[in-house]
Write a protein that binds this ligand. Sequence first.
Ligand SMILES: NC(=O)c1ccc[n+]([C@@H]2O[C@H](COP(=O)([O-])OP(=O)(O)OC[C@H]3O[C@@H](n4cnc5c(N)ncnc54)[C@H](OP(=O)(O)O)[C@@H]3O)[C@@H](O)[C@H]2O)c1
Length: 276
Amino acid sequence: MSELRGKRALVTGASSGIGAAIARDLAARGTNLVLTARRKEQLEAVAAECRAAGVTVDVITADLGAPGAVATLWDAAVAGGSIDICINNAGFGYFRPFGEVEASREAELVQLNITSLVELSRRWVAGRTGGTGAGRRYLMNIASIGAYQSVPNMALYAASKAFVRNFTEALHDELARTESSATCICPGGTETEFHAQAGAGNYGWVANASMMSAEACAKRSVVAMLKRRRTYIPGLINKLSCFGVRFVPRRFASWMAQRVLGKPRPGALPERSIAA
Ligand SMILES: NC(=O)c1ccc[n+]([C@@H]2O[C@H](COP(=O)([O-])OP(=O)(O)OC[C@H]3O[C@@H](n4cnc5c(N)ncnc54)[C@H](OP(=O)(O)O)[C@@H]3O)[C@@H](O)[C@H]2O)c1
């Protein structure tokens, strides 16, 4: 617990799901927080829970799916002190054939899942020498088990997570033998708002059987980060499936993913409200 006490962490996508659970876990370990997402009310509710653990919490709303948002967010975050821990968790996907969703939504996905994550990682790396935080520093980038293969109906999402995995693992190796470490987390199905937002959820039994709570995913992910793991996959079935794809043709793995995920839910994708 003491290792993270007094450090300061930026958590993106902290208004719900895995990000909110990571924020609560870090607060319980004595970490001061900067929480960001678009929905202010939900962020404030998570912040209040974290403050009850005795840590300081700053809330900054930002739409990281929009170009230029990272610079403003980072400047506001470091105004309150250096960032020792950067948790790039915010992300979304949609479960639809590629091209059936507006191009603007695809651009938003690339901006949020890839570009903003890279921009925040860059600022965290740059803070390595100039920051005031003493001792160990941590970067956690959230990918997915979808990073291990192509996923029909989630083509762009899975590709974005493959990017996150390759990028973060390379960064981990670059930072070896320094006080800083980068860890890539690859969750499988986790009980969050993600599935409803993605228009997914008609899953096969394998996907349902391996579903994990956001709290369990967060707790294990923070421990993996503290152990300076290169990559961590929460859950045995998820670990086995990511290991198993090494031994089957890529086309077969893609077909399997399609079977496990089932069909997209009919109807329009939900629009998440954007807080001012
Ligand atoms: N749940 C799963 O099964 C699963 C599996 C593998 C990987 N993951 C990954 O886990 C991460 C967390 O997702 P989750 O499952 O916890 O889903 P979630 O409950 O929908 O959380 C997503 C978070 O990202 C934030 N976000 C979305 N768009 C944003 C934007 N444009 N700007 C800033 N923040 C934005 C959301 O906040 P606002 O809407 O308030 O902005 C929310 O806090 C994602 O990277 C996801 O890809 C999830």
